[in-house]
Design a protein around this ligand. Structure first.
Ligand SMILES: Nc1ncnc2c1ncn2[C@@H]1O[C@H](COP(=O)(O)OP(=O)(O)OP(=O)(O)O)[C@@H](O)[C@H]1O
Ligand SMILES: Cc1ncc(COP(=O)(O)O)c(N)n1
Length: 278
């Protein structure tokens, strides 16, 4: 039987991020995707033009419809909109024992639109992160989650340590927003810290990179791979998707979800940098 997976996220009408990016990624990686919508955005490559949240009751109904019928091997969250949706999502994840949980703490879209209310950050930290297997913040999201300013490599290590203390099993602090010849993601578990690197692609077509990366990670966890194995495959998937962009739309274009199946990926490395003594 195909592994069944779930994404709990917002809809991106433009198809490059959100639920749409997640389902395309699941399909490409051979797992059966289901979805719980938390919000609907009117969005294209130029930006977010409207947002409406799905009621907490309907979010719960969707979670119960999935949880009562499917065997969810892994699950991810994306745009959660506000504290009320976070609480019902955390409740559903707990009740249905969705055990392998990837939390992508989506806060702000590439174009600058807010996808999570400021007042929801505390709920994310206290209700959802303790249930998470992996949390995948970018640098601005990690700054909000930790209250730290992240500039140096040491800052990234300290921030990842702080997020690990929120109860997650692994932190992937993504480096897409930083400069440099490589896009480096810091991967920290209780026992070890790694640097996951790939050549940085010069492109503005990076809409939905975080969604796609976390969906690939979820698909690989669902197949029973370890967190590290799943992380490396997810990086390969997103590297191919960014490298072979589709040139769609006039703004930040989507990535190519087909590319992983049809192109060789080059240059992803995983280097162990420290052994953590906890
Ligand atoms: N230009 C790039 N070249 C290569 N890899 C990149 C590039 N931009 C981002 N990445 C990689 O894509 C993955 C997603 O990271 P990113 O920091 O873009 O997430 P994000 O900001 O949450 O994405 P989004 O909010 O757009 O969905 C990471 O592995 C990151 O290193
Ligand atoms: C529904 C939804 N979820 C997530 C994102 C983040 O993606 P990006 O930062 O690339 O805009 C988005 N734009 N829309």
């Amino acid at each position: 039987m195909r592994p069944q997976v779930l994404t709990i996220a917002g809809s991106d009408s433009g198809g490059g991020a959100g639920i749409q990016a997640d389902l395309k990624t699941f399909q490409e990686l051979g797992v059966f995707g289901t979805s719980v919508l938390t919000a609907v955005t009117a969005q294209n490559t130029r930006g977010v033009h409207g947002v409406e949240a799905v009621s907490p009751e309907l979010v719960t109904q969707q979670l119960d419809a999935i949880g009562s019928d499917f065997t969810i091997a892994a699950c991810k969250t994306g745009m959660l909109f506000d504290a009320a949706r976070i609480e019902v999502v955390a409740d559903g994840v707990r009740r249905h024992t969705f055990n392998r949980l990837v939390v992508d703490p989506v806060m702000i879209a590439k174009g600058g639109a807010s996808l999570l209310q400021d007042s929801a950050v505390q709920a994310l930290k206290t209700s959802l992160l303790p249930l998470a297997t992996v949390v995948t913040p970018n640098v601005p999201e990690a700054e909000v989650l930790t209250g730290m300013t992240i500039r140096t490599f040491e800052d990234r290590i300290k921030a990842a340590e702080q997020m690990l203390a929120y109860g997650v099993r692994a932190v992937i602090l993504k480096g897409g927003h930083l400069d440099g010849a490589t896009a480096d993601d810091l991967v920290m578990t209780a026992s070890e810290t790694f640097l996951l690197s790939a050549p940085r692609i010069q492109t503005s077509d990076t809409h939905g990179t975080g969604c796609t990366f976390s969906a690939a990670l979820t698909a690989e966890l669902a197949k029973g791979h370890s967190i590290l194995e799943a992380t490396v495959t997810a990086k390969r998937f997103i590297q191919c998707a960014i490298t072979h962009g589709l040139d769609i739309g006039a703004g930040h274009g989507p990535t190519n979800h087909w590319a992983y199946a049809t192109h060789e990926e080059a240059g992803v490395t995983l280097e162990s940098i420290t052994t953590n003594h906890r």
